[in-house]
Design a protein around this ligand. Structure first.
Ligand SMILES: Cc1ncc(C[n+]2csc(CCOP(=O)(O)OP(=O)(O)O)c2C)c(N)n1
Ligand SMILES: [Mg+2]
Length: 1010
């Protein structure tokens, strides 16, 4: 049966050009195979077949204009797989699945409810209680509900009560925090199978060696710095993870991913020393990295590429990177690219670090995406650098509320085991009441004093609490430990966190900053900066943790490493063997991706004739081509912060889908259209919403996939160029440190090219920001073939040759025709190295000038050069500068070589090779600040002038903006003449005439001043 394939609804477009035929007559095709590509002035999109069968006749050809309902081809259909098929639509299918799984969950919940557990209830006495008897009755009723019908029922009743109160007008929010006690009751703690005595001894040695390393380095070179207090507070939190939870990567398992708190790095080195991975000499090179073998101050994969995986020390980056890492892991699983092995992402954070907006900025996403592979551990030592985090409040309670509100599973680890019996005996609730009432400033001060002080200030608040500790000595009171220092409590929390299903978990642990450091460093406001300990302090530290060193060895600040056959060393190794290997460790076994054949971009090397298009559109066309390359296609990770339509990428929604872990539960408003919004569990596009920091975190996760998941991926993050480096600069630096590979595309770039958007949108400096990152390779191409050559080389260098660089390319939204690639063979090399001659005007053979132009402004220069030739008899050579940044790097290197080799023949920079033998002065311009082109001034011994867009952007037409910033063709002509006059190559009257002719106001203020 012959079916007719018609042009579907393509949105608000009519008469759209057919740019490619992807099938032939007589060809057998499957439903959904792409048939033709059509392109409007905004975007290109493939039209898929809605039938399977054999193509009889094709009714369109390249260049035709088509609209909705036009006939594309006739096909003899092999089955009834038309779009009107009676199959259950995908969305309905989703809804059914959803309903079924919800039902199943409810049944599971009901089962849980039937298990009756006797809850432990602590009655909190409240100052504002006007009728304690009534309170008691209500509480007793609640107890009996819990006893008879379980926690779920009790929770339901409480919720109903709150709803009722709300509806009656009582708008008092239900509190998000629970009493200031551990989330896991003592009787529900999972016990560790570890040998606590050996583990304590190991922990003590790690503590000692970490402190010794910092003290030794600072004794030698006081300028080196380092931290002791942070790891001292977190040692137990790390040790329990290392001994029992964190599984390493090996040939059988992908490995858990652990983001270590940056300035706790000494502790990780000290453990690696006991594990035999680092030696004493290396410990002695802490923070001395210039010579090989030094240990980096903080986790830096660039500097220790076989050790550190994640850069974290710029506060706030770790939490966001970890969230997006966990999401990306699920993305790879849902796309079928890696197995689901139950791997986890752990992130260690400081309580002070939680003040960073980034730290909390993405926790909503983690809950929404149900990232149960994610565990945050917030080390609440109540202090940051200068003083307490929340002196007047309680950071743990505050964080609990925030995370709980966002939908996280919260586990508070506040009190150690020594408190268990006191809490069990707190029949009046006064102990919990005191705990609730005491603020962090007091908690901190208590641990800087002694047991007697705690008795007076804490237990002394109420007679009931004084009585509770009456039989304890001051020493006993001092021994009452905090949860984060108690391996039993930490183990129970990690165990529960690891098993949690359906939401991310945060373990909020209370600790003491500088734990064990004694009077100079424990719980005092100066702890953070303590990097030197005097002999007395060191003796105290040794005794506090029973480190088996003699007084003399302490005076020498010797490291301590037990014999390799000792119990401790055997234990530490055994535990890591059981968990699959060492952590942290950075390796990669990813296979390279073969770069696509050179001809894949051939259609971008021919002239577009009169057809105009923007480079943003060229890029989208290129990506569409790449999606047909079987090696590259599945590895592309397009990342967009809610700008797909701006960039003409909406065709990707249908073609490769938007990643959504729950699929699509609704029928999109535009479902009838070809480019309708399609969310799918295996979707490929990461549509991040208005969230540049998150999008960048995704880019880093995908760009380091080759090491963290052993699969090379190609992230392409497209953004408004102004909201790139200057918005997420710190993440870009961390991405570079992580050796991320991938593309950043600064779209709608250029201060005068993105015309109407105004001051905060118009980018005239992103290339300069990009140039500050050593392994960022950046380009500002003008024409389609330049972009194609640069992009393909990027794929080859990064993903085939595995070079640790990343690409920043700007694309613009100005439509113009694109010429064919010049015939000259050296052109490709020039495009990649930064410049090549694109045009020569030599009709007059008298006076000459060299024009260097970049991006859209190159076109103004070509137009200006033409005017100069025709109207002023001035010849010129026009150079397309694809990258001033790359030219400068080459210039720097060559200059350095020449200076270091004064006796050798000087090498020539690429700039000099290109321009050295040319005639006339140089005038350079781009759509960026003059500093962009000025970068190459030192590398050419000729008169050099530049034009650029220094100053604040503003909205107007492109024409007006280019006039304002003096980069339009009229200014190119005028300044060109003026330059020649200054060089005494022509009379100044020509320049003066041009100023008059083009009505250039010489008294107009400098654009930087208005
Ligand atoms: C973005 C950023 N700002 C400031 C710093 C400097 N800094 C390093 S550690 C620190 C205090 C950290 O306190 P907290 O997060 O509580 O960690 P703790 O050492 O107490 O565990 C500060 C301000 C930094 N590393 N990064
Ligand atoms: Mg802190």
């Amino acid at each position: 049966m012959t079916e007719k394939l018609l042009v579907p609804d393509i949105g608000d477009f009519e008469n759209v050009e057919v740019i490619e035929l992807l099938v032939k007559e007589g060809q057998e095709i499957q439903k959904n195979d792409p048939i033709i590509t059509i392109e409007s002035d905004k975007s290109s999109v493939e039209i898929p077949s809605t039938f399977s069968g054999k193509i009889e006749t094709i009714k369109v050809k390249v260049g035709d204009k088509v609209s909705k309902g036009d006939l594309i081809l006739d096909i003899s259909a092999s089955n009834k797989a038309s779009i009107e098929s009676k199959d259950i639509p995908k969305n309905t299918e989703n809804l059914i699945q959803q309903a079924e799984s919800a039902q199943k969950k409810n049944q599971e919940k009901d089962l849980q409810t039937q298990k009756k557990e006797k809850p432990e209830i602590i009655q909190v006495v409240n100052k504002g209680d006007i009728d304690p008897l009534e309170t008691k009755e209500w509480l007793e009723s609640l107890s009996s509900v819990i006893e008879n019908d379980g926690n779920q029922r009790a929770h339901y009743l409480i919720k109903e009560l709150i709803n009722k109160a709300y509806m009656e007008g009582s708008n008092i929010p239900y509190t998000q925090s629970t009493p200031y006690i551990n989330t896991i009751p003592a009787n529900e703690e999972k016990k560790s199978s570890g040998d606590q005595n050996i583990e304590r001894r190991i922990r003590s040695l790690i503590r000692w060696n970490a402190a010794a390393m910092v003290v030794r380095a600072n004794q030698k070179f006081p300028e080196l710095g380092g931290h002791i207090g942070t790891f001292a507070s977190a040692a137990t939190l790390y040790d329990v993870g290392m001994n029992h939870f964190w599984r390493a990567k090996n040939n059988k398992f992908g490995g858990d991913l652990v983001y270590f708190q940056g300035h706790s790095a000494p502790g990780m080195y000290a453990r690696a020393f006991l594990e035999g991975r680092l030696n004493e000499k290396q410990l002695d090179s802490f923070r001395q990295e210039v010579n090989p073998g030094g240990l980096s101050s903080y986790p830096h994969p660039w500097l220790m590429p076989n050790f550190w995986q994640f850069p974290t020390v710029s506060m706030g980056l770790g939490p966001m990177l970890a969230i997006y890492q966990a999401r990306y892991m699920k993305y790879l699983i849902n796309r079928g690219l890696i197995k689901d092995e139950g791997r986890k992402v752990w992130a260690f954070l400081g309580d002070g670090e939680m003040d960073e907006p980034e730290s909390l900025g993405a926790i909503g996403l983690a809950a929404r995406e149900k990232l149960d592979n994610l565990i945050f551990v917030v080390n609440c030592n109540l202090q940051r650098l200068d003083g307490p985090v929340r002196g007047n409040g309680k950071i743990i309670q505050e964080l609990e509320g925030i995370f709980r509100g966002a939908g996280w599973n919260v586990i508070k680890v506040i009190w150690g085991s020594y408190w268990d019996s006191l809490l069990a005996n707190d029949k009046t609730g006064h102990l919990v009441k005191t705990m609730n009432e005491t603020v962090d400033g007091e908690y901190q001060a208590m641990k800087a004093r002694n047991g007697a002080y705690v008795r007076e200030k804490f237990f002394g608040k109420y007679p009931e609490t004084s009585e509770l500790v009456s039989s304890l000595s001051d020493k006993d009171i001092w021994r009452l430990n905090r949860g984060g220092h108690d391996p039993h409590k930490v183990f129970a929390a990690y165990d529960k966190a690891s098993k949690n299903v359906g939401s991310p978990t945060v373990v909020i642990a209370k600790t003491i900053k500088g734990y064990g450091m004694g009077k100079t460093g424990e719980s005092v406001n100066t702890t953070h900066q303590t990097k030197k300990l005097d002999i007395e302090d060191l003796m105290y530290y040794r005794d506090r943790f029973d480190v088996p060193l003699t007084d003399q060895q302490v005076k020498n600040i010797e490291y301590y490493k037990p014999d390799k056959n000792s119990q401790e060393i055997k234990y530490i190794k055994e535990k890591r063997i059981q968990l699959g290997g060492f952590i942290p460790e950075r390796t990669t076994y990813a296979k390279p991706i073969k770069a696509p054949p050179k001809d894949i971009f051939d259609n971008m090397k021919v002239s577009t004739g009169s057809k105009e298009m923007s480079t943003t559109m060229v890029l989208v066309r290129m990506l569409t081509n790449l999606l047909r390359d079987k090696n590259v296609a599945p590895r592309l990770v397009p990342i967009i912060p809610d700008e797909a339509r701006t960039f003409g990428m909406e065709g990707f929604f249908q073609k490769i889908g938007i990643y959504a872990h729950e699929g699509q539960k609704y029928e999109p408003e535009d479902s009838a259209q070809l480019s309708s919004y399609r969310e799918e569990k295996s979707g490929q596009v990461l549509e991040e919403g208005i969230n540049e920091a998150g999008a960048m975190s995704s880019w880093i996760a995908a760009g380091t996939s080759y090491t963290n998941h052993d699969i090379e991926m190609i992230p392409i993050y497209l953004f408004y160029s102004m909201f790139g480096f200057q918005r997420i600069g710190d993440f870009a630096w961390a991405g570079a440190d992580s050796q991320s590979r991938g593309f950043l595309i600064g779209a709608t770039a250029g201060r005068t090219t993105l015309a109407g958007e105004g001051l905060q949108h118009q980018d005239g400096h992103s290339h300069l920001l990009a140039s500050t990152i050593p392994n960022c390779v950046s380009y500002d191409p003008t024409f389609h073939y330049e972009l194609a050559i640069i992009f393909r080389e990027g794929l080859r260098r990064m993903h085939e040759k595995k070079e640790n660089v990343f690409y920043y390319i700007t694309t613009m939204n100005e439509n113009y025709p694109h010429p064919a690639i010049p015939k000259d063979k050296s052109c490709e090399e020039g495009i990649l190295r930064g410049m090549y001659k694109i045009k020569e005007f030599n009709k007059n053979k008298k006076t000459k000038i060299q024009f260097l132009g970049s991006g859209t402004i190159l076109r103004e220069m070509i137009a200006g050069a033409e005017i100069l030739q025709n109207e002023y008899q001035i010849d010129s050579e026009v150079w397309s500068v694809t990258s001033f940044n790359e030219l400068r790097r080459d210039g720097l290197e060559v200059e350095r070589y020449n200076l270091l080799n004064p006796d050798k023949e000087s090498k020539k920079s690429f700039v000099e090779k290109c321009l050295g033998k040319t005639e006339g002065p140089i005038l350079a311009a781009s759509d960026y600040m003059r500093m962009n082109s000025d970068q190459i001034r030192p590398y050419i011994n000729k008169s050099f002038y530049s034009l650029g867009t220094d100053g604040f952007g503003r909205s107007d037409t492109r024409k007006n903006l280019r006039k304002f910033f003096e980069v339009d063709k009229e200014h190119v002509v005028t300044y060109g003449l003026s330059v020649l006059a200054k060089e005494q190559l022509i009379a100044s009257k020509y320049a003066k005439d041009a100023i008059k002719k083009y009505k250039i106001d010489i008294n107009k203020p400098m654009p930087t001043k208005v």
